[in-house]
Design a protein around this ligand. Structure first.
Ligand SMILES: *Cc1c(COP(=O)(O)O)cnc(C)c1O
Length: 386
């Protein structure tokens, strides 16, 4: 089976982890701040807070922005469930903004319309979480404009998009958002096994997320209610969690990060070759907005239902039967039984639901050979016809 994605571990990655194994600190040592600095530097953010997953990063970002019961958080229905669950963890309610059919990203037009209605009804969101689907940044200029107009905060879910650029600048510099979140799960572009990071320009948000990732405990006397009882002393000043990244993970991440540029370049090469090879087939790759440079975490095609002789499901199953590990990103979140139980209805976000009827993720990862690409495309051509 050719998988849809595959992590890559180099000898240097292995050596970096072994170095930590033989060092004094497996966790809470120097490798975590080193990895944080490297990510912050790479994406032009001031502050980076490493945590044990992007899910945790989304949670502490919401908490740091003050999300609480009674608040509303909006995200895209075409995402992994974690982008929405983070708001529920804080006791807030979730709603969705339908997507642009060409990219699968949150539609700024749908967002503008929904904000107008929400303003009339007094139901404006506290936070909006655009998701950079497949690694392509959302139209952040427009979203940031709406954020200023309506007074909400923005968290970019860039789980797919480390190494991507928007208007020529790296995703993660937070020019258009309060916090940006990356995932280092093995299916993503850079991996730490499990792991995530929240980056920001705001020192207060950064400090708040640092406290929340480690029990709400401080050792800074300036943050304490009174001067320390002694050199052993610490205080818990907030209700935090154990969301820490280990030094083993951070060392792996820092080693992987050195290849980020080359990895994204190789992903672009593969994507362009797919673009060319797929042209004669009745399928449409996702459109790339001219303001964006995707990290190409995923390569998604959409079947053109009027032209294709086989149904979406038939093509999908036939591809798997031929050993091509296609996938589907994503089942719209509001269609999940848990979200249905919260009152969401099928038909509520029609563009997202249509997208789900047509999208297929085909394999992309840096070590995918040109022969394998050819096999993917030939298999697809056969599956569309047979
Ligand atoms: C993978 C992913 C997450 C969650 O990342 P974890 O590191 O596994 O917690 C969140 N949002 C999106 C869009 C993702 O793809």
């Amino acid at each position: 089976m050719i998988p849809y994605g595959r992590h890559h571990i180099s000898d240097a990655d292995v050596a970096a982890v072994v170095d930590v194994l033989r060092s004094d600190f497996l966790t809470q040592g120097p490798a975590v701040p080193q990895f944080e600095s490297a990510v912050a530097k790479g994406c032009g953010a001031e502050y980076a807070v490493a945590v044990n997953s992007a899910t945790s990063a989304l949670h502490v970002a919401c908490l740091a922005l003050g999300v609480k019961p009674g608040d509303r958080v909006w995200t895209s229905p075409i995402t992994f469930v974690a982008s929405a669950n983070c708001a529920l963890y804080c006791g807030a309610t979730v709603d969705f903004v339908d997507v642009d059919p060409r990219t699968g990203n949150m539609s700024p037009q749908c967002l503008a319309t929904k904000l107008q209605e929400a303003e009339r009804e007094g139901t404006l969101p506290k936070v909006v979480i655009p998701v950079h689907l497949c690694g392509q940044p959302c139209e952040m200029g427009l979203i940031a404009g709406l954020a200023r107009k309506y007074g909400f905060s923005v968290i970019e879910d860039a789980s797919h998009a480390i190494g991507a650029k928007y208007r020529g600048e790296p995703v993660g510099n937070c020019r258009y958002s309060d916090v940006t979140v990356f995932s280092f799960h093995p299916v993503k572009i850079v991996t730490t096994g499990e792991g995530g990071m929240a980056v920001t320009r705001d020192p207060k948000l950064a400090r708040s997320m640092q406290l929340l990732r480690s029990h709400g405990i401080t050792r800074e006397s300036g943050e304490m209610t009174h001067s320390p009882d002694g050199s052993w002393y610490y205080q818990q000043i907030a209700l935090g969690y154990n969301y820490r990244m280990t030094d083993l993970q951070a060392a792996l991440g820092a080693s992987q990060l050195k290849r980020l540029g080359a990895v994204v370049e190789q992903r672009h090469k593969i994507a362009s070759s797919y673009d060319r090879m797929l042209e004669p087939l009745p399928v449409a790759p996702l459109w790339q907005h001219p303001d964006t440079f995707s990290a190409y975490h995923l390569y998604v095609i959409r079947l053109v239902p009027s032209v294709s002789r086989r149904s979406h499901r038939e093509v999908f199953e036939a591809m798997r039967a031929k050993g091509i590990g296609v996938n589907l990103h994503y089942i719209p979140v509001h269609c999940q039984p848990y979200y249905r139980s919260l009152g969401f209805k099928i038909g509520q976000f029609p563009i997202a639901e249509q997208y789900y009827q047509e999208a297929i993720t085909i394999p992309i990862y840096p070590t995918l050979t040109s022969d394998e690409r050819r096999l993917v495309v030939d298999s697809l051509a056969a599956c569309l016809n047979e």
